[in-house]
Design a protein around this ligand. Sequence first.
Ligand code: OAD
Length: 244
Amino acid sequence: MDFPSELIQFLKKAERVSVLTGAGVSQESGLRTFRDAQAGLWAQYRPEDLASPEAFARDPKLVWDWYAWRREAVKGVRPNAGHYALVEMENRIPTFTLITQNVDGLHRFAGSRNVLELHGNILRVRCADCGTFTEVWGDDSESVPRCETCGGMLRPDVVWFGEALPRAELEAAVSATREAQIFFSIGTSGVVQPAAALAHAARNKGSIVIEINAEPTPLTPKTDFAFHGRSGEILPELVKAVWG
Ligand code: OAD
């Protein structure tokens, strides 16, 4: 891919870069994006209808089982070339913040260090009542496992629709956005708030905004540069074009 020389120069000189990623970044690792069709047994449900406190209250076992299915999928995959290109970028840029909506932990797995997980992590489980984290739980074939401390139901440590984002992560993401000279939006449909607003905030304060996504999004007309294709291909090419 040909990158404008102006962009290459901006990146070479950049001191503060922030990146927002979404499910598209993990697609080439073999994970479904959030708004992709569900598979098999789950095809009859919309993810939006399972990822909510209301869904958990209505049918906790259904929600637990959906996350157990997704957790197993996450355990079976590895980071892809896009994740590794972002590690390389972090190595080259003095202040680099990776803000992710992904709950799969693949950025850290690849070696990214300054990662803000805005929507939690699917591999962590906590009590829905007392918040105690646990790494082991009993048989979940009949019902949702219970917390050993208080007897409450266990749930994934992810942010559901209608729930607040973790405060420290959100505040750090807002400040990294404010300070960024260059802001990337990668592999995200940009429709879920407040994450989607970060790119607009970056633009409003004068950052250079770059999108890398399989297809155009509502953000595209507002970007300075937009590249449409697979992030696992475009990101390594960009890193190579800038830093050789
Ligand atoms: P989406 O599934 O909404 O969007 C994924 C985006 O990635 C789409 O725009 C695809 O075109 C693009 N895409 C797919 N494959 C790609 C590839 N190989 N390279 C580059 N782009 C690719 O996922 P998110 O935007 O991450 O939150 O969704 C945001 C949030 O919505 C999720 O974190 C989740 C959901 O609500 C919660 O559960 C709180």
